[in-house]
Design a protein around this ligand. Structure first.
Ligand SMILES: [Zn+2]
Length: 865
């Protein structure tokens, strides 16, 4: 009885609350004229509410697709990845029952046109269309739309739907970011009011830090399609490469005041792509527009969104030879179930679902209608006739210590053929990434060669070129991502044929995990040059070893151990005598490092193993600042660098709790890029931080937080940011003051540095740079730099010649001159502690990682030096 009463009460309120939503449901009926197979439940029947009334949890979205796969022979639904939080990422393959019977042969035939441009397809063959939803978790209408789209395709009984299914294989990934999406849905449900509140400022529309956009580690998965740092991306690209769709669309949302963005977008464009890409983007855009015009859905095209950066879901498919596209519905995090726009319109979740649904269906329709011409485009894009430039190959010297293997494995994951030289060879016209000069250069047996005469040439050239052509400097993302620069490799490209026999690389490379001279009697050592040496250090500490780090380095039997190399003396680890030999083997295997044993401490050159210059280093307690005031992206990268790559536990401290923190509990404080930090840290706290540094603390500021550590911002150190003397004559008017209003945005773009690669010199005799080469490409986003000064140690500075300083990307002449010779990595000693400045990001998106060792050194070694 009580239950019934409650049910009645709920129904009563639901009717009132949802009146507005009901209106939207009536206006945005998906397909009033279509009939459906009654054995197949609609999303509304399955979920118990109309799409747009509610947000659907991840497990329910998955369950709906599983239900479709259970009751229909037109759809399969399979897992491709498991997220960090244990959720399943799945993809649906939707096509006619007949095609499903022959699915494997259809897939093989499709791969054949991807890899052999000479092969043909006939009109009866299906085209492969891939639709991706909800890569940004707080752009949540799209997973709802994915359910309706799948339902229409699987259950629609009309002839048009049947025709589409026999002529296409539609792959639907309903949720690319399950963790972020569920984050949003849980948060939204916990914040919503009973009485529908369309005021965008209400709690219901005001998501808390860090928001559901990103994945578990606060990474933007829509920047990870190329770099594959996360399991979601790795699993997805694995399936993507098995299917190689001709058409791909990525569904997003933007601010709720914006109308729907549909193709085409704006410049800069990737000039590696075939010219016809623009034409096809327009054809698909107009397909959606036909639907929008009918339903009075407002939209925009061409003025915004470029597809230059290759790691988006809207650009990666294009460099794989397909037509990659973007859809941006207004709504986003603040959209809720309904929100009032700046012109008084009530935008409902129902409409957002409807708009994405209509666009998705129009994509399938246009793909089927144009399939033969789309195959021609696709084959052309993967054939040599669309290759631009005259680069014949990219060559990577085989270096086990740096990030070479990362790049080779990346190429293999994208189905790029990588070869290894069978002999030493001399290569004519080998161009240097450092300065662009060409020479005849000697390479060794085992060096890696990536030739461009293969179907993935668009991908290879886009990722490997030192500089892509840029015709417009105002861009949505970074201006360079050249992989040899990002990984700081001594690579080359050549315009001549490679004249050496090769063997293909057939499996993923992994670093040596050998223990050399096992059962050593005197000491074990880890060369700090190795990519994974910091991870080995974390494991050594975890297992209770007393470790020293070499401040000078040493050489024995022709092997040179860099500064920073780890020394585990048997004499100082007697408590481990029983297990040390087996532990070393275990640690080498767990961390992929080579460990070398010695039966004597007498080295051939440099310090002996027992030398006082091999300093004891103890495991530091580390506080990583996060939450308001700090960039969640950089905080996420730093957390990921230590938690995943280094397997070194650090504490993440909310900025709110910092003012009350007992600093003496920590040895290292690590600050991601931050904003308005004087408001976050009280003056009293700043004084306490200074005292803590003088007492031996290591304070590390990265990006804008490094700028904050200067005299004029926080006053924590006397270091100053470089500001060129203003030599302008005040009586004269700056011509820039007459910039036309319409040109002002472009002119501010010219003054920014949109993620460009600067050539930098590194002092690797300083502990901050132990184990690093003496040069690197630093990725710069701001114009900030320190003026070198004898009051601090300059560890990294940009090349002194302004004409030489830029390696890749866009920078104005004025900004080159401002940066040349300035410091971006420096250490300022205070009392017995240090303040470390890292003005450039050291591990951007975990692919621009040439500087990552600096932050590992700052955290793990610096407190002992
Ligand atoms: Zn988005």
């Amino acid at each position: 009885m009580k239950k019934l009463f409650l049910l009645l009460l709920i129904t009563l309120f639901t009717v009132n609350v949802h009146a507005q939503i009901q209106e939207a449901i009536d206006r945005f009926e998906f397909d009033p004229d279509i009939t459906y197979d009654s054995d197949i439940p609609s999303p509304a029947e399955f979920l118990g509410y109309e799409l747009g009334e509610e947000y659907t949890f991840h497990h329910k979205v998955m369950a709906y697709f599983e239900k479709l796969a259970e009751v229909s022979d037109k759809i399969t639904f399979q897992q491709y990845a498991e997220t960090y939080e244990g959720r399943s990422a799945n993809y649906a393959v939707i096509t006619s029952g007949q095609n499903h019977v022959n699915l494997e042969s259809i897939r093989q035939k499709n791969l054949k046109i991807a890899n052999d441009p000479g092969s043909v397809r006939v009109g009866a063959d299906p085209i492969v269309v891939w639709m991706s939803y909800n890569v940004h978790g707080n752009e949540p209408s799209s997973s709802e739309a994915a359910m309706q789209t799948a339902y229409r395709l699987v259950a629609g009984t009309d002839n048009e739907t049947k025709e589409w299914l026999s002529r296409s294989v539609v792959i639907i990934d309903p949720m690319l970011n399950p963790d972020g999406r569920d984050w949003y849905v849980y948060w939204y449900k916990s914040s919503r009011a009973n009485v529908l509140n369309t005021n965008a400022e209400d709690l219901e529309h005001d998501e808390i830090w860090p928001g559901g956009r990103t994945n578990h580690y606060w990474f933007d998965l829509n920047r990870d399609w190329v770099w594959l740092i996360h399991p979601e991306s790795q699993g997805r690209i694995n399936v993507y490469q098995q299917w190689m769709p001709q058409v791909h669309i990525d569904f997003h949302e933007q601010g709720f005041n914006n109308n729907y963005f549909t193709m085409p977008g704006t410049t800069p464009r990737n000039h590696e792509l075939p010219e016809d890409y623009e034409k096809w983007a327009d054809v698909f855009g107009r397909g959606a527009i036909e639907e929008f015009d009918k339903a009075q859905v407002n939209f925009e095209t061409r003025e915004r969104f470029d597809f230059f950066y290759p790691g988006y879901g809207s650009s990666y498919p294009s460099i794989m030879g397909g037509i990659g596209m973007l859809a941006e519905q207004g709504g986003h995090s603040r959209g809720g179930r309904a929100v009032e726009t700046n012109d008084g319109y009530v935008l409902t979740l129902r409409q957002r679902v409807f708009d994405h649904y209509k666009n998705g269906i129009s994509i399938v329709k246009a793909s089927v209608e144009n399939r033969e011409r789309l195959w021609d485009y696709f084959k052309g894009a993967r054939s040599q006739r669309t290759q631009k430039g005259n680069t014949k190959a990219y060559i990577l010297p085989n270096n086990e210590n740096d990030y070479t293997y990362d790049l080779v494995n990346l190429m293999l994951n994208h189905n790029v053929k990588v070869e290894r030289a069978s002999d030493d060879f001399n290569q004519r016209n080998a161009y240097s990434y450092w300065d662009g000069s060409s020479s005849s250069r000697a390479f060794k047996e085992g060096d890696f060669i990536i030739k461009t005469n293969q179907p993935a040439h668009l991908f290879i050239n886009t990722i490997m070129r030192r500089q892509l052509e840029i015709k417009d400097s105002v861009m949505y993302d970074m201006s360079t991502w050249s992989a040899p620069l990002a990984y700081n490799l001594d690579a080359a490209w050549t315009t001549s044929d490679v004249g050496v026999n090769t063997e293909p690389v057939s499996e993923m490379l992994s670093h040596s995990d050998e223990v050399k001279n096992g059962k050593a009697t005197y000491a074990y050592t880890v060369n700090w040059k190795q990519r994974n040496a910091p991870k080995a250090l974390a494991h050594l500490w975890k297992h209770g070893y007393k470790v020293r780090a070499a401040s000078k380095g040493f050489t024995k039997d022709g092997h040179e151990f860099s500064r920073g190399s780890l020394v585990i003396l048997m004499g100082r680890n007697q408590h481990k005598a029983e297990s040390i030999h087996s532990d070393m083997k275990m640690i080498a295997e767990a961390t992929n490092v080579e460990i070398t044993g010695f039966n004597t401490g007498r080295m051939d050159e440099g310090s002996d193993l027992g030398s006082p210059s091999n300093r004891p280093i103890e495991q530091p307690k580390v506080a990583l600042m996060m939450d308001s005031g700090f960039s969640s992206y950089t905080a996420g990268q730093l957390w990921f660098l230590f938690d995943q790559w280094t397997e070194f536990g650090i504490s993440r401290i909310r900025s709110d709790s910092f003012n009350g923190l007992d600093l003496n509990e920590y040895d290292v404080i690590l600050m991601p890029g931050g904003f308005g930090l004087n408001g976050v840290f009280s003056e009293n706290t700043r004084e306490r931080i200074k005292a803590w540094v003088r007492n031996g603390g290591t304070l590390i500021g990265t990006e804008s937080s490094a700028s904050w550590l200067t005299k004029d911002q926080s006053g924590i150190t006397p270091a100053e940011l470089y500001e060129p003397e203003d030599d302008k004559d005040d009586s004269k008017i700056d011509p820039a003051a007459y910039t036309k209003y319409e040109d002002q945005e472009d002119s501010s773009g010219l003054r920014r540095i949109p993620g460009s690669a600067f050539k930098a010199m590194i002092d690797n005799s300083h502990p901050l740079a132990f184990g690093m080469p003496d040069k690197m490409y630093s990725l710069k986003f701001s114009t900030n730099a320190l003026k070198p000064n004898t009051a601090f140690s300059t560890v990294g500075y940009y090349m002194k010649d302004a004409d030489e300083v830029l390696a890749s990307g866009y920078v104005s002449q004025e900004n080159k001159e401002k940066a040349a010779g300035m410091a971006f990595a420096a250490v300022h000693g205070m009392g017995s502690g240090n303040v470390v400045f890292l003005l450039d990001n050291t591990q951007y998106r975990m692919f621009w990682v040439g500087g990552a060792r600096m932050v590992q050194n700052a955290v793990m070694l610096m407190p002992g030096f």
